[in-house]
Design a protein around this ligand. Structure first.
Ligand SMILES: [Zn+2]
Length: 321
């Protein structure tokens, strides 16, 4: 794989998005990634460009989210608020959660704009891919869905006609799937643990899009305890599916919670799954969309796994062996 410069968003404003030490989405989940990333950066500083996290404007958030929901989040994280959860009990409100969620969105948009400008072809944000939030609600640790905002932004303002969204997080990307279920411009491929055994309980094989978008979405649920072999076999099917479409950008949600030992899921991948997926997408993006890939960290609740999976992805994007 040829080597190329990759932008990586990095900074405390981004890493501090989380729900406290006793919540799975906490500040320490990225600790091993940060250590390994420092080491990678020390050896490959010519290939990795650090990008400061950035907030965004409310008008950007409402490209995807409803104004009512955005106002609710703002109210819920104000000092006088008595709201404890933004959803049914997974996603607590916390002081400044509105600003913090805006930094996730703003940083994803910053990388997207950088790719669109031609400055780099590939970029990664470790805190992004918050795929469970819907247009009108939080869900599964996700306040604002940066993927949804990025898709809307790219389709409206960057002249992209179609986007491929690929999600290997152990959980189904329901917030992206259902909000674009009828939109033929979003080609969707998601491998996850079977919804009968894991949150959010969706993402079945028969869910292939609706209306004009029928056949432009592919969901592959895997049984609990599936490992690299099952993953690779399914991912190959996904790549064949994606090859049937044209698109201008790949958004890759590379959640690390499918690796063996994750406290929230029952899959048993190793980081070889991430290597295979990233390598395949690099090749596919070269063929389809001038090599453009926006990679987003997603879930992952075992720090070692998070470090292994994400460093693998960044290394593959940069062509570092
Ligand atoms: Zn997940």
């Amino acid at each position: 794989m040829p080597r190329e410069r990759v932008q990586v968003a990095y900074g405390e404003r981004l890493f501090s998005y989380g729900f406290g030490a006793y919540h799975p989405f906490n500040r320490t989940r990225t600790s091993v990634f940060e250590e390994k990333f420092s080491a990678l950066l020390a050896g490959q500083s010519d290939l990795i460009e650090l990008v400061e996290p950035e907030g965004c404007r409310e008008e950007e958030v409402t490209l995807f989210h409803t104004p009512e929901y955005v106002s609710f989040v703002k109210m819920a994280c104000s000092p006088k608020s008595t709201v404890r959860y933004l959803d049914y009990g997974d996603t607590p409100a916390f002081p400044n959660c509105f600003e913090s969620a805006c930094v996730v969105v703003g940083t994803t948009l910053k990388l997207l704009k950088s790719i669109a400008s031609g400055k780099v072809r590939k970029a990664f944000s470790p805190i992004g891919g918050l795929h469970h939030a819907t247009r009108a609600a939080a869900g599964g640790f996700c306040i604002f869905n940066d993927v949804g905002v990025a898709i809307e932004y790219a389709l409206r303002f960057l002249g992209y006609r179609s986007i491929a969204y690929v999600d290997i997080d152990a959980h189904h990307g329901d917030g992206v799937y259902y909000e674009f279920e009828e939109d033929p411009r979003v080609v969707f491929f998601d491998i996850h643990q079977d919804g009968r055994t894991l949150y959010p309980g969706t993402g079945f094989e028969h869910e292939r899009g609706k209306g004009e978008a029928i056949g432009r979405k592919m969901n592959v649920p895997l049984a609990p305890r599936s490992g690299d072999r099952e993953f690779i076999r399914s991912f190959e099917r996904g790549v064949e599916f994606l090859k049937g479409f044209d698109f201008d950008l790949v958004i890759f949600q590379c959640g690390a919670d499918g690796l063996a030992g994750d406290p929230l899921t029952s899959l048993r991948y190793s980081s070889a799954a991430h290597r295979f997926a990233a390598n395949s997408l690099v090749e596919l993006a070269e063929e389809k969309c001038h090599g453009r890939i926006l990679a987003l960290g997603g879930g992952g609740y075992d720090p070692q796994n998070v470090g292994d999976a994400w460093i693998t992805v960044v290394s593959v994007l940069a062509g570092i062996r």
